[in-house]
Design a protein around this ligand. Structure first.
Ligand code: HEM
Ligand code: NAG
Ligand code: NAG
Ligand code: NAG
Ligand code: NAG
Length: 330
């Protein structure tokens, strides 16, 4: 009897605990949340995003990574957008992994248009999620994944919380798995979402140890393809170069496709965290599947983005709808 009660309690706690934290798939987010309150909002986000991508091809990678960093720290609540102030001290954007985050001006431009059309209605957190999707979709001119909406904006942003939540490019598989588990994401999500690295660039100093001093003996990472390592050495001349950038997905960093997974199979993943996906059987099988079928990659990416986009969201009357994305309402 007592045992049965305990089992019951565990079920209740797990079930409601998960729901409380908003970790359920989509949580309380819905399709087209602004249908009545701001009918043109999704169109406005798309138009402005596309206008910018048309003249800046690096933007999709910036916005996709911004969405990831927003969601992994305090949930998808636009905490990544807040500027430090005298009273707010150091916010997330000032932390080291913010290196090369960009696209803040585009989010702010979208926000100011939306404030003209429907003041106080559309959250900055939803704008990031929509703009990330739309920017990546510019190339194919179709929405690559569905974005549920209804997120609200958080009031807290702390640089000190970033390192504990954003995965390191030097992490091994076990660590990455834990980083994602903390966000209720699976190994499957980890592999699929790492596919975000099919676009964009990385700075030399974040992987150059793999080229020049992997174990401290002036050696290279043996798991890195030798020809690729030689190529990277022509770009990154020494261990301290923190300004040169290279494509994360070799020769394909502007097209959103499954090429990243093919490169992993050739031992040409740029970061240790990319190569790590080949060191676990379950993950390597997923890499294999995604590399073999771009349809599969697009389908799976859409599903995992839905889960990532729901991490710790504020809904209902939690948080607020900011007037400007870089500051909380006073
Ligand atoms: C699995 C753990 C992950 C690690 C360790 C990681 C690490 C990194 C690092 C170190 C960079 C280079 C930043 C720079 O040098 O400027 C980068 C770039 C990028 N990451 Fe990740 N990342 C991870 C997961 C993700 C996820 C889940 C997404 C999105 C779905 C993502 C999207 C991107 C994009 C688009 C870029 C290129 C940014 C640009 O071009 O400026 N990453 N990542
Ligand atoms: C990122 O952090 C550095 C300090 O580590 C800061 O100088 C820089 O302005 C930050 N970038 C953004 C976009 O806020
Ligand atoms: C390589 O790593 C070792 C051990 O960490 C360090 O002592 C050495 O100075 C490094 N070499 C270079 C060129 O930085
Ligand atoms: C390392 O490379 C960078 C970029 O090529 C260069 O500016 C810098 O002087 C080099 N540093 C050393 C210590 O060789
Ligand atoms: C790059 O390295 C130089 C020299 O070590 C340092 O002064 C500078 O702050 C670094 N820049 C970034 C963006 O980390």
């Amino acid at each position: 009897m007592r045992q049965r009660f305990l089992v019951y309690m565990v079920v209740v706690v797990v079930f409601f605990g998960v729901d409380f934290l908003g970790f359920c798939n989509g949580g309380k987010l819905v399709k087209n949340f602004y249908k009545e309150s701001c009918p043109n909002s999704e169109q406005i986000v798309r138009d402005i995003t596309w206008k910018h991508v048309a003249s800046k091809s690096s933007l999709p990678a910036k916005l996709l990574r911004m969405h990831f960093h927003d969601c992994f720290v305090r949930g998808c609540d636009a905490s990544i957008l807040l500027d430090s102030t005298a009273s707010k001290k150091k916010t997330e954007k000032t932390a080291i992994p913010n290196l090369s985050l960009d696209g803040f001006d585009v989010i702010e431009e979208i926000k100011s248009h939306l404030e003209e059309t429907c003041p106080g209605v559309v959250s900055c957190a939803d704008i990031i999620a929509l703009a990330a999707r739309d920017s990546v979709s510019f190339q194919s001119k179709t929405s690559l994944w569905k974005v549920l909406t209804g997120r609200r904006d958080g009031k807290i942003s702390l640089a000190s919380e970033v390192l504990a939540n954003i995965p390191f490019p030097t992490s091994n598989f076990a660590t990455l798995k834990k980083d994602f588990e903390k966000k209720s994401l699976t190994v499957h999500d980890l592999v699929v979402l790492s596919g975000g690295h099919t676009i964009g660039v990385g700075h030399c100093n974040l992987f150059s140890k793999r080229l020049y001093n992997f174990t401290g003996n002036g050696d290279a990472d043996p798991s890195l393809d030798a020809e690729y390592a030689a190529f990277l050495k022509t770009k990154c001349l020494n261990l301290s170069d923190n300004t040169t950038i290279v494509e994360v997905d070799r020769d394909s960093s502007l097209s959103f496709d499954n090429h990243y997974f093919k490169q992993l199979k050739l031992n040409q993943g740029l970061f240790q965290s990319d190569a790590a996906l080949q060191t676990d059987n379950e993950a390597a099988n997923i890499v294999e599947d995604l590399g073999a079928s771009s349809d599969k990659f697009f389908t799976e990416f859409a599903q995992s983005m839905k889960r990532m986009g729901a991490i710790g969201v504020l809904t209902g009357s939690s948080g607020e709808i900011r007037k400007k994305c870089n500051a909380v309402n006073s």
